[in-house]
Design a protein around this ligand. Structure first.
Ligand SMILES: [Zn+2]
Length: 203
């Protein structure tokens, strides 16, 4: 009798285990948030007839459109030309709990020879390492063909970097104030290449 009960116990444990495995997703979907900096009345850098808000929005949309990986979900924080508070962006991010946030921006400088791609990351202990790891991959990928110069990855006390509860980087794609960078980041081919490189790097 005791043996029968024991066998029944083992059998039900096996069945239960089977049920658990059957409902476990094969692979967790990776969620990447792409944040197009600025928007609406907030133009960001505005020179030579180009506006930062429109460049970041265009590249963000291209990243989403290029993604064909069913295990990767690209979420755009701003998919139209409207203003969005940084606190609103952070609250969406913290509700979503994504694997990574890439906030897209364009640099501008009085020194017109300043050029290249750089990234800012949070200094907090929890997300610094993972953010840095991702930023290194993104900057390497964006600069490997030589169209953009590789610049440094540095910590910065930016609002979104300080308040997002996940790995995050502010990616400064290139300089609108530099002629060579400007030609690249405002051209259709350049924007397609940048979007593809960012997508490949965050996969
Ligand atoms: Zn900006």
């Amino acid at each position: 009798m005791k043996t029968k009960i024991r066998i029944l116990g083992i059998l039900s444990a096996v069945v239960l285990l089977g049920v658990c495995f059957a409902f476990r997703p094969l692979e967790e979907k990776k969620i990447i948030v792409i944040d197009a900096g600025h928007g609406g009345k907030d133009l960001g850098a505005d020179m030579y007839g180009f506006q930062e808000k429109l460049i970041t929005e265009t590249i963000a949309k291209k990243i989403k459109a290029l993604n064909k990986d069913s295990n990767l979900e690209i979420v755009l924080l701003r998919d139209g030309d409207h203003e969005m508070e940084l606190s609103e962006r952070v609250s969406i991010i913290n509700n979503l709990k994504p694997d990574l946030v890439v906030s897209l921006h364009i640099s501008a400088n009085m020194n017109m020879s300043a050029n290249g791609a750089r990234a800012f990351i949070p200094s907090n202990e929890t997300f610094h390492e993972k953010s840095k790891e991702s930023a290194v991959i993104v900057i390497d990928k964006m600069t490997e063909a030589g169209n953009l110069k590789k610049r440094r990855i540095t910590e910065a006390p930016f609002y979104m970097l300080k308040n997002a509860s996940c790995p995050i980087m502010t990616l400064m794609i290139g300089f609108l104030s530099n002629e060579k960078d400007r030609d690249y980041i405002t051209s259709e081919d350049g924007q397609n290449e940048i979007a593809l490189n960012i997508l490949e790097a965050v996969k």
